[in-house]
Design a protein around this ligand. Structure first.
Ligand code: 9UX
Length: 72
């Protein structure tokens, strides 16, 4: 299992939206851990590179209306 970290600026500012993003990203196959911090507006994601691409994770975030600017 290859686990990588993404740190992304996602432009949300409240706890409800942080949970929403965690839910959506957490459903993706291959995502092992996702933690969204609304104070810093950042998401931290641990994922299995054999199962999911970074672009798919970013697309999922953008699809629900946020930004996904990689700051890793
Ligand atoms: Mo919170 Mo979400 O203030 O779109 S409602 S970031």
């Amino acid at each position: 299992l290859d686990l990588y970290d993404i740190d992304a600026h996602i432009g949300m500012t409240c706890a409800a939206c942080a949970r929403r993003i965690e839910k959506v990203v957490g459903k993706l196959d291959g995502v092992e851990m996702v933690s969204v911090n609304f104070a810093t507006e950042k998401a931290s994601v641990k994922y299995d590179a054999k199962k999911v691409r970074v672009s798919a994770i970013e697309d999922a975030i953008v699809k629900v209306g946020y930004k996904a600017i990689d700051t890793s």
